[in-house]
Design a protein around this ligand. Structure first.
Ligand code: SF4
Length: 116
């Protein structure tokens, strides 16, 4: 089956096509090697970063922006969001502070995205 994938690794947004029966030999449309790796990853094991907010007390806002420190498996997004929703941190928090270490054993942390 022919599959179309838009590469999101840079603003160029190359439209990549591949045959799912033999992906490595049929990847076309990528302008660079990063797109090749991205397309293969999207087919075999898609990964994503997650951005969200977490509760914070004693700060100027009730929630602080957070994100994963790296990519997590796409199928774990909702589980990771649930973990973020469980926490409440206390001000002051510095940008880059680890709020959840190794979330759900992914090897990725949940970190603060700003001082608050
Ligand atoms: S294939 Fe390369 S040039 Fe094209 S969008 Fe992806 S990273 Fe950018």
């Amino acid at each position: 089956m022919i599959k179309n994938i838009t590469c999101i690794c840079c603003p160029k947004g190359c439209l990549i096509t591949l045959d799912t029966e033999n992906p490595e030999a049929t990847i076309k449309g990528n302008a660079c090697a990063q797109g090749f790796d991205y397309a293969l990853g999207e087919l075999l094991h898609p990964m994503r970063t997650v951005s969200s907010t977490a509760k914070i007390t004693g700060a100027i806002h009730p929630r602080i922006p957070v994100r994963t420190s790296g990519n997590i498996p796409k199928e774990m997004i909702f589980d990771v969001m649930a973990e973020i929703n469980k926490i409440s941190v206390e001000s002051p928090v510095k940008c880059g502070d680890v709020l959840i270490e190794n979330v759900l054993s992914t090897g990725v942390d949940i970190i603060a995205c700003r001082d608050m």
